[in-house]
Design a protein around this ligand. Structure first.
Ligand code: PUT
Length: 398
């Protein structure tokens, strides 16, 4: 029931925006799966399946997920994958296939690793990851959020460059491992952007560890079903049994889930939220000693209260923030969790961020969690709420 080699559940998360909104269709979505697969070979993971949505494509990977929108890409990979080594190839693909020669914004984040000594390439240390990213971007800032000598969350983000600086040209080479990136001067209709309105952007992540035994056990794949190659069908059944497929209204959700042999689970879902299409993604490493589950979602949630972050007038069947946090935590029953909420800045987002912190606490206190960190950040264009919680009695340092 348990593999002997520890697995690093906490993911590396790279999000690259080539434009501030998706007006230049189809953009990156015109790129064939085979092209992304070559990039993923560098990262060391494979495509398991794909959902082609109305506005974005969701690739389920052997180590997490890839989301492709016309103007942005999100690459989330776990284990010892070489996520950042995919960056030069992504930039090259975007340039060659879509005429995207500049990055509008780049975000790279991850939780502190459980087994940092197992990581490879630039992922061996945060400082090395930052140097790697700084070789591509002149306008990056790196942050450690939370306890340096305990659980923390690391973030690198760039701010948009207003002038003609070419953000894709590296400032320096990264040792001998990094190939110099040379943007291809492919002319294209998409090459002369007039900047549209900024897209509203909203991303919540719930990063959970120390899952209870009853929450972990369903994610061990039955040998018989594994032998029959039923990773997708077993995962679909499990998604229903655990309430994963009803986190958002079923009739607005397309779910693609996979159960790994002998254990582990991944799911991507596309959700029609009424004003567009969003995603949620879940990845579970259920083994005792390094259990971990992540939930990430960019669906704007309806507001039940004028002070709480959300979008008024959305379908009332969508969960509000409190319901979503409560339902996710009920499924995975973690001893510890961190929540991050990124919101693109508006006149009210600082109020909303503080209100969201209140909602996190309201959702988790009745379930016996206490908050050990609450940190709010204001970046150019974005606000971030970070909070970590621990259930009374959970062992180990945090
Ligand atoms: N993963 C952080 C992304 C924030 C913006 N969508």
């Amino acid at each position: 029931m348990q593999s002997s080699t520890p697995f690093e559940g906490p993911e590396k998360l790279l999000e690259i925006w080539f434009a501030p909104s998706a007006d230049r269709l189809p953009g990156l979505r015109r790129i064939d799966r085979a092209v992304w697969e070559e990039m993923l070979d560098i990262v060391k993971c494979k495509v398991l399946s794909v959902i082609v949505g109305e506005e974005l494509d969701a690739y389920l990977l052997s180590e997490s997920s890839l989301f492709v929108s016309p103007h942005k890409i999100i690459l989330k990979t776990c284990g010892t994958t070489l996520n950042l080594l995919g960056l030069p190839r992504i930039l090259d693909i975007a340039s060659r296939h879509c005429g995207f020669h500049k990055v509008w914004r780049c975000f790279y984040s991850r939780k502190s690793f459980m087994f940092p000594e197992r990581q490879l390439g630039p992922h061996r240390e945060w400082g090395e990851e930052v140097r790697y990213l700084d070789a591509f971007f002149r306008n990056g800032s790196a942050y450690t959020v939370g306890k340096v000598n305990g659980d923390h969350w690391l973030l690198y983000l760039t701010s948009p460059v207003e002038d003609d600086e070419d953000t894709l040209e590296p400032l320096s080479t990264y040792g001998s491992r990094l190939r110099m990136y040379t943007p291809s001067p492919t002319p294209s209709l998409e090459d002369s952007p007039t900047l549209p309105d900024l897209e509203q952007d909203y991303t919540i992540e719930i990063l959970m560890s120390h899952m209870s035994t009853p929450a972990r056990l369903p994610f061990f794949y039955h040998q018989k079903e594994a032998a029959e190659g039923r990773g997708h069908s077993y995962a679909r059944k499990l998604s229903t049994e655990l309430g994963i497929d009803t986190l958002f209204p079923v009739d607005r959700t397309t779910l693609d889930a996979f159960a790994f042999d002998p254990c582990g689970y991944s799911a991507n879902a596309l959700v029609d939220w009424g004003g567009g299409e969003g995603y949620y993604t879940i990845h579970v490493t259920p083994e005792a000693g390094w259990s971990y589950a992540s939930f990430e979602c960019n669906v704007p949630l309806p507001s039940r209260d004028s002070s709480v972050l959300g979008v008024r007038g959305l379908d009332p069947d969508l969960p509000d923030l409190q319901t979503l946090v409560r339902n996710v935590v009920n499924i995975f029953d973690p001893g510890r969790l961190s929540i991050t909420l990124f919101v693109s800045t508006s006149s009210k987002s600082d109020v909303a961020i503080e209100a969201a912190q209140h909602v996190f606490k309201q959702s988790l206190s009745p379930r016996g969690y206490y908050r050990n960190e609450k940190i709010n950040y204001e970046f150019g264009g974005y606000d971030l709420a970070f909070a970590s919680f621990q259930r009374l009695g959970t062992k180990g340092r945090n």
